[in-house]
Design a protein. Structure first.
Length: 262
């Protein structure tokens, strides 16, 4: 279900009752007569719904991490906050940008509507901007012909799979972040889908090369061999952007993760 649409409809209904109560219904009612329950609830909840709707639409939106594609940066069960105005003010529901403020940068962790099913929100790291030539060869990221700096650190033990992964610090446009590589996973990308501008990508046994079209972004998960991302289903249109993830505010399985991501 589209929660934003549900919240908007709830706002419209309670707001209409609130206006009617002030302008007409309240004046017709006897002086000490009690409000009907549906008016009482609508008038009470309208201000709360209005504040939640405005905050969620234009300031911050909560988001729960559903999968392990961003491990180790984000863990399954992390509750994060998404900055809704970092990439411009957008109209609720239709997601149309009306006030440009900023654009995604390489290294940003971005929430967006999944191109194949816009009712789903996905979260990945931006690695390619419009016009970039993105190459992923032998599990190394290369942007516009320049290999992205990385250094290996201690192996990472996944709590979910109890498997060790090669663990690296990757530096993308000054943003240093952790990535995982499964040495046993193949270098080629399996089960590639047909997607818009797929003609701008070339795949072979050990690499892929994509030219990012205008108005689109190339995104990848930090858990590189366990992420379905732009390598599989293509580019993220600018119109699908939701916001920039910046803060972990809760993980019920590990309370120490509060505030560990920005």
């Amino acid at each position: 279900m589209n929660f934003a649409l549900f919240l908007f409809l709830l706002l419209v209904v309670t707001g209409a009752v609130w206006v009617l109560e002030i302008a007409w219904l309240g004046k017709k009612r006897a002086e000490k007569a009690r409000q009907p329950w549906w008016i009482e609830y609508s008038v009470s909840f309208f201000p709360v719904i209005l504040v939640v709707f405005l905050l969620r639409s234009f300031v911050v939106e909560p988001f729960k991490i559903p999968s392990g594609s961003m491990i180790p940066t984000l863990q399954v069960g992390d509750f994060i906050l998404v900055n809704k105005f970092a990439y411009g003010i957008r109209l609720p529901i239709v997601n149309e940008k009306v006030i440009p403020i900023g654009e995604p940068r390489r290294g940003d962790v971005m929430v967006f509507r999944y191109p194949d099913d816009p009712s789903l929100d996905y979260i990945k790291r931006v690695v390619g901007l419009p016009g970039d030539r993105v190459e992923y060869r032998d599990k190394r990221l290369i942007i516009n012909g320049h290999p992205i700096a990385e250094r290996q650190i201690s192996d990472y033990l996944s709590k979910d799979t109890m498997q060790y992964y090669s663990h690296y610090l990757e530096k993308l446009d000054g943003v240093e972040h952790q990535i995982l590589i499964d040495a046993n996973a193949p270098s080629f990308v399996p089960q590639v889908k047909t997607f818009p501008y797929s003609q701008d990508c070339k795949y072979n046994a050990d690499s892929l090369v994509c030219k990012v079209p205008a108005g689109h972004y190339f995104v990848m998960g930090d858990n590189r061999d366990n992420s379905s991302d732009s390598r599989v289903w293509g580019f993220v249109p600018e119109a699908n952007i939701v916001g920039k993830a910046f803060f972990i505010w809760l993980n019920l399985s590990d309370l120490s993760r509060f505030g560990t991501f920005r």
